[in-house]
Design a protein around this ligand. Structure first.
Ligand SMILES: CC(C)(COP(=O)(O)OP(=O)(O)OC[C@H]1O[C@@H](n2cnc3c(N)ncnc32)[C@H](O)[C@@H]1OP(=O)(O)O)[C@@H](O)C(=O)NCCC(=O)NCCS
Length: 148
């Protein structure tokens, strides 16, 4: 398995992974904004196939995890944790001392993953995300990157 940065030519593959993995996938517009902005989009490839991706933004000592997603067929095999740890290390390399993220309160797999990696709940954005039937809260989490 190897990591590489995403380019525009990966868009179709990455959108396919998103749409199959998740009820609330990122759109083409979301990825295009990140590709043209100050973000890093990392893909994990196995045998020439993209099996997951993650998006971070790092500036003035703060890292933000914008997205992490694993292909449906590869769930529960440790791939999400592997990508998350890579993004944490990448953030450290870029001199971040803290990492923030937001997660839907209904997203129990993601919450469990973040908590098991040491992220702590630091806040709640009420009715932040749209859902099929209304809205739901976002849990804001952080991870200190110093001194590890
Ligand atoms: C969240 C996601 C990235 C986890 O990836 P994964 O490769 O399936 O997860 P891993 O196999 O690395 O599991 C790591 C930990 O996550 C948690 N986890 C993963 N799947 C879970 C599930 N179905 N139920 C509960 N916890 C789960 C567990 O704590 C697990 O640790 P364990 O194996 O020691 O129990 C994956 O489910 C996904 O792509 N979801 C769709 C996109 C998404 O929700 N992204 C997060 C947006 S904030």
């Amino acid at each position: 398995m190897k990591f590489r940065e995403m380019s525009e030519s990966d868009l179709v593959m990455v959108l396919d992974v998103e749409r199959n993995a998740y009820e609330y996938p990122w759109t083409e517009g979301n990825f295009n904004d990140c590709l043209s902005g100050n973000y890093e989009i990392w893909l994990l490839e196995s045998k020439g196939r993209v099996i997951g991706h993650g998006v971070i933004s790092v500036a003035v000592g703060e890292a933000h995890l914008l997205n992490i997603c694993v292909a449906q067929s590869c769930h529960s095999q440790g791939i999400g944790r592997f990508i998350l740890r890579y993004l944490i290390e990448r953030s450290r390399t870029l001199d971040a001392t803290v990492m923030f993220l937001e997660v839907r309160e209904s997203n129990l797999p993601a919450l469990a993953l973040y908590q098991s990696e040491g992220y702590e709940k630091i806040g709640l954005r009420k009715n932040y995300y749209p859902t099929v039937v209304g809205r739901e809260h976002a849990i804001v989490m952080s991870l200190k990157l110093l001194g590890v």
